[in-house]
Design a protein around this ligand. Structure first.
Ligand code: GTP
Ligand code: MG
Length: 195
């Protein structure tokens, strides 16, 4: 996809801040540090657009990126970061519940999983929760550059088995380091947005 325009339009902490309008959107979810912001930057070929960091738990708002004035990417706070307080975690849970269960523009979710490890308990819960809300999910196994190619199939198989990925959902390998999987990711995201 050719990106002619990409801008962060709002970092929303509350529902009233979610942008209105008819534009379809795809949200990015995954545990802290899995590579959500890097994924957005790689897809958009914009290095510093979505803030990435070594410090997990940095993204604490729903960040709406408006792409080509046609659709939104929504960068969601990462889960599973131990140092986030209980009350912060509960507040995040409430915003997310509202967003996932009421947002009509939401056409699907990209769930990012670290390709190197088995999905965590939080990953399993997140996938089940998204399916409970009847959302289409694209699973992106990140940091593929950190595992040898010969092991890729095995790691994808483990993710599929552990999450009990439904027939309609796709699992792809991805690397923000090498851009591996970028074209496939765009194809799948287009399918989420416009089908
Ligand atoms: P939060 O916003 O804290 O939830 O994190 P995030 O999921 O947005 O992760 P982010 O994109 O900030 O990346 C976290 C760290 O992983 C950074 O140091 C990235 O450079 C690194 N990283 C992300 N994707 C990849 C990848 O595909 N390969 C490698 N080798 N490193 C990556
Ligand atoms: Mg981030």
């Amino acid at each position: 996809m050719k990106i002619s325009n990409a801008e962060l339009i709002i970092s929303a902490a509350k529902k009233f801040q979610f942008p209105e309008g008819p534009f379809p959107e795809v949200a990015l979810s995954g545990r802290s540090n899995v590579g959500k912001s890097s994924f957005i930057n790689t897809l958009l070929t914009r290095k510093g657009l979505a803030r990435t960091s070594q410090q997990p738990g940095k993204t604490q708002t729903l960040n709406f990126y408006f792409i080509n004035r046609r659709f939104h990417f929504v960068d969601v706070p990462g889960y599973g970061y131990a140092k986030v307080s209980k009350s912060e975690r509960a507040a995040w849970g409430r915003v997310m519940e509202t967003y996932i269960s009421t947002r009509e523009q939401l056409k699907g979710v990209v769930l990012l999983i670290d390709a190197r490890h088995k999905p965590t308990e939080d990953d399993l819960k997140m996938y089940d929760w998204l399916k409970y809300h009847d959302l289409s999910v694209l699973i992106v196994a990140t940091k593929a550059d950190k595992i040898p190619k010969g092991k890729w199939d095995k790691h994808v198989k483990i993710i599929k088995e552990d999450l009990q990925v439904e027939e309609e959902d796709t699992v792809i390998l991805f690397s923000s380091e090498t851009s591996y999987g970028k074209d496939r990711a765009w194809k799948e995201i287009n399918a989420l947005l416009y089908s």
